[in-house]
Design a protein around this ligand. Structure first.
Ligand SMILES: Cc1ncc(C[n+]2csc(CCOP(=O)(O)OP(=O)(O)OP(=O)(O)O)c2C)c(N)n1
Ligand SMILES: [Mg+2]
Length: 214
């Protein structure tokens, strides 16, 4: 488990899908509501030898905020078949601590002092739909329809939970929505990052495939 000094953020349980032309109609028919449409730039950072991402640790700046995603258990991947679960941190001090722990170096006062390098940067237009909690569940299910500026679209069904005990039921809720949308694929669907690296950074992409991170 991670260091107990780290305040843990939410766990994101997510499944990606290929969005067809009727997906928005289907979402509305199933009772989802369009929440908003936003556009944001993500810039991802790593050491020159890719030690963070090879450990399945994803550090990004989304507009003006730092965010970190990593698997709940060290040395395991955040994958559960085609669904994923990642812890999320958004407090810069916690992120700096977790990143320096991953790199096995003393924790600096600021993330900037780690001199990490940007390896990917792209803009996403996101249309967010929400299902209110259903069937006695306390979770709302969010469906994001993303289009990235390198001409790539992907959908994501996600539930945010606070504890590991809730992950199993969240996975079932995510898969149920995918089933109802008719997008429950057997194999993982590539996301924006995986596709960006395949197009722009073939070497990095190959290393991640060989390390079974992607
Ligand atoms: C299907 C799948 N997804 C992600 C990974 C690895 N991975 C984990 S985190 C991560 C970074 C990007 O996370 P993702 O959810 O794809 O991006 P985005 O939708 O923009 O972020 P959100 O707004 O949901 O926070 C990756 C590549 C994988 N191996 N397989
Ligand atoms: Mg996502």
């Amino acid at each position: 488990m991670q260091s107990p000094t780290l305040s843990s953020g939410p766990i994101e349980v997510e499944r990606k899908f290929v969005p067809g032309p009727q997906v928005e109609d289907e979402l509305l028919r199933l009772g989802a509501k369009l929440q908003n449409e936003i556009t944001f730039r993500d810039s991802y950072y790593d050491t020159p030898d890719c030690r963070l991402t090879l450990g399945d640790v994803w550090l990004r700046r989304r507009e003006d905020s730092w965010e970190l995603k990593y698997p709940p258990q060290r040395g395991t991947r955040g994958l559960n078949g085609a669904s994923t679960q990642y812890l999320e941190l958004s407090c810069e001090a916690d992120i700096t601590r977790r990143v320096s722990e991953e790199l096995n170096i003393p924790c600096p006062h600021s993330l900037d002092l780690l001199q990490l390098q940007e390896f990917a940067s792209f803009v996403t237009r996101r249309r967010r739909f929400e299902f209110p909690p259903r069937n006695g569940s306390k979770h709302k299910v969010v469906v994001d329809l993303d289009t990235a500026d390198f001409d790539f679209s992907v959908g994501e069904v996600e539930v945010l939970v606070k504890t590991q005990e809730e992950v199993k039921s969240a996975l079932m809720e995510v898969e149920e929505i995918c089933k109802q949308l008719g997008v429950l694929s057997d194999s993982p669907v590539p996301g924006k990052m995986s596709t960006f690296l395949k197009i722009n950074r073939a070497d990095h992409y190959k290393q991640l495939l060989e390390a079974h991170v992607l």
